[in-house]
Design a protein around this ligand. Structure first.
Ligand code: DC
Length: 222
């Protein structure tokens, strides 16, 4: 069987990775995997079990029970043990705790194994923080997205305010700044640009312009 084609898109939160990744996957008829949603799914599970709150995090119990967490994607919606949690994983309660969970090495190996399994069976576009560096160091195309922090906060605010009307732009800006710091300074698989990734400042493009630019890059590698 021909080796699947892998497109890795990394970058800080709300840089437009998922919008680009979804559009690319659709244009190429590839599977789209939102790896951040998987970290959010594990976070939500730990919160539901009360192993994680703003005051405490029982990492050992989470690690001991990882095998009880089944994450799948159905029409780009994240299913956690069979239930659609795609709205719940976007709440600020999850956003404020997810970097803590993503810093746990056992959680990372649990999810990385699943991400790799998908990428060995299907042509994929996967977005995250460590896709081009750790999950698929030999990805066919690697992109690293950046964008202005205020544009990123506004983007996340526009997405979230319909789901959670109590959310404020300031709270989001604080959350993404805090997460960027935690995600890029953690010991295991920090957010860094792979040396062979193409850096793109997403603030410079509209989505259709960005998509055509990236499709050109992809076609050269195919
Ligand atoms: O992409 P996102 O903002 O939904 O990701 C949520 C968190 O998950 C992010 O703050 C860091 C973590 N994450 C990670 O550590 N590695 C990935 N490949 C994807 C996300």
């Amino acid at each position: 069987m021909k080796k699947p084609f892998v497109i890795a898109i990394d970058g800080a939160s709300s840089t437009g990775k998922s919008t680009l990744a979804k559009a690319l996957a659709q244009a190429l008829d590839f599977v789209y995997v939102d790896s951040g949603a998987m970290y959010r799914g594990v976070t939500l599970y730990a919160q539901q079990k009360q192993w994680l709150s703003s005051k405490h995090f029982d990492q050992d119990t989470l690690i001991a029970n990882l095998d009880d967490i089944q994450l799948t994607f159905k029409n780009n919606k994240l299913m956690l043990n069979g239930s659609d949690v795609s709205a719940a994983i976007r709440s600020m309660v999850v956003s404020n705790a997810v970097s803590q969970v993503a810093a746990v090495s056992a959680v990372r190996s649990f999810l990385v194994a699943q991400q790799r399994a998908i990428g060995t069976q299907h042509n994929v576009v996967m977005d995250g923080r460590d896709i081009g560096t750790v999950v698929f160091p030999h990805a066919d195309v690697k992109l690293f997205l950046t964008a202005d922090a205020n544009i990123r906060a506004q983007r996340r605010y526009d997405e979230l305010k319909t789901v959670d009307p109590s959310v404020t732009l300031d709270a989001i800006l604080e959350n993404i700044t805090q997460r960027d710091h935690l995600d890029s300074t953690r010991a295991d698989s920090p957010l860094v640009q792979a040396t062979d990734a193409v850096a793109i400042n997403a603030s410079d493009f509209g989505i259709s312009e960005l998509l055509s630019h990236v499709l050109e890059l992809v076609k050269k590698q195919m």
